[in-house]
Design a protein around this ligand. Structure first.
Ligand code: 0WY
Length: 373
């Protein structure tokens, strides 16, 4: 086990990168998809199943956990790894994005964000310093700076103001984080859909010599081509020897196209949320198990999968569970979806390592488009 946090770039294929992040609790193979563990659980799955799908790292949720059960309580109980029985790396977001998207009566000032809990209406203040303190109390291995993400489209002046405040907050977070060997704090590039602001943000964060860089402010309503254009502008400015994490992304297609532009890490609620709504991801595209056409279909989702949820259950059974709103339906489809995303990442890593990423991406995209699934 490494006592330090170290990114090793192992191979490149065009702008796609194969790498590994070593840290005390384990190694994260990149490109990596990080399942979202909202309230200290990857919804409807046991942590052993999550690990069994090949996940090396999961997300914890600063916003939810600070409200319930409370960061100090999680620390008293041994930290998030012990609390949730996940001994491998955990990345936490800073909570600002969730405050702006979930809480009520929130106010954003230079000092930080104040808001009322969506759980019990209690009033909270989240400064850059308090966000880093909470992430430390949770025991997070990879911590995010507090930032301000602006929904798109937005006026240039708003995007510029939010980007510049996020830079000032990055400095405060770096100071608050201090020197925690084996752990990392990532800066978050902002700048909306403005190339000039993206370059300015990325350059300023690069000068801070951080251990990793997130690309934020995307997947917030802009078309995919705008997101990709911002990656084309941002990634070349970021240091090649540090990991790059595209926040909140995304569909399998988003992931392929973003890996092709130099992104190493992803998180998205989609596979687990879609699973709870009866949607299955497969290598031949998405299957909506609510649809009556599956009622008599004895085929599994994917007979070649190594995930029991995909290989051992008929679509007819999954359709029945979903229509009956049985808990097992959400459990099996969430399992299938997380396994599918991990298999996709494993295949991407293999393709980059063998210099055939472009051909792999084209073949995968055709598979989804082939329809009749
Ligand atoms: N700091 C920060 N976080 C961002 C996030 C949250 C990433 N997931 C955290 C995770 C923590 C644990 C609980 C769950 C969230 C984003 N998510 C999205 N799009 C999601 C778009 C999306 C995709 C599928 C379904 C809903 C929404 N854009 C994002 C931009 C930022 C950003 O600039 N700054």
């Amino acid at each position: 086990m490494s006592e330090t946090f170290q990114f090793a770039l192992q191979a490149t294929d065009g702008n796609a990168r194969l790498g590994a992040i070593t840290m005390p609790r384990g190694t994260v193979r990149t490109p990596a998809f990080m399942p979202v563990g909202t309230a200290a659980t990857v919804k409807a799955l046991y942590m052993d199943q999550v690990r069994g799908t090949g996940a090396d790292i999961i997300l914890g949720n600063t916003y939810h956990l600070m409200l319930r059960p409370g960061a100090e309580r999680v620390a008293r109980l041994g930290g998030l790894h012990e609390f949730a029985r996940w001994p491998h790396p955990i990345l936490t977001d800073s909570g600002g994005f969730q405050v702006m998207s979930l809480s009520k009566l929130r106010k954003l000032t230079e000092q930080g964000v104040t808001f009322r809990s969506h759980v019990d209406g209690a009033r909270y203040e989240m400064s850059p310093e308090r966000s880093i303190e909470i992430q430390g109390l949770l025991g997070s291995d990879v911590q995010m700076q507090l930032d301000e993400c602006v929904a798109l489209p937005a006026p240039y002046a708003d995007v510029e103001r939010a980007m510049e405040m996020s830079l000032r907050w990055a400095e405060r977070c770096q100071t608050a984080f201090g020197d925690q060997p084996g752990r990392a704090m990532f800066g978050i590039v902002q700048g909306g859909a403005e190339p000039v602001l993206r370059e300015r943000s990325a350059s300023a964060l690069k000068a801070m010599d951080l251990k990793g860089y997130s690309v934020g402010g995307l997947a917030v309503g802009e078309p995919q081509h705008v997101m990709l254009e911002m990656l084309d502008v941002t990634c070349p400015v970021l240091p090649a020897d540090k990991p790059r994490y595209l926040m909140g992304v995304g569909t399998p297609d988003d992931i392929l196209k973003s890996v092709a532009r130099g992104i190493d890490m992803f998180d998205c609620v989609m596979p687990t949320r879609a699973g709870r709504h009866g949607l299955a991801f497969t290598r031949r595209g998405r299957v909506n198990l609510r649809n009556a056409r599956h009622a008599d279909d004895y085929r599994p989702l994917d007979e070649e999968s190594d995930c029991p949820a995909a290989r051992d259950y008929s679509r007819a059974y999954l359709h029945h569970l979903v229509r009956s709103q049985e808990a097992l339906g959400a459990m099996l489809l969430s399992w299938n979806n997380i396994a599918y995303y991990q298999h996709l990442m494993q295949s991407i890593r293999g393709a980059i390592g063998e210099g055939r990423f472009l051909a792999f991406a084209e073949d995968a995209t055709e598979g989804w488009a082939r329809g009749d699934i």
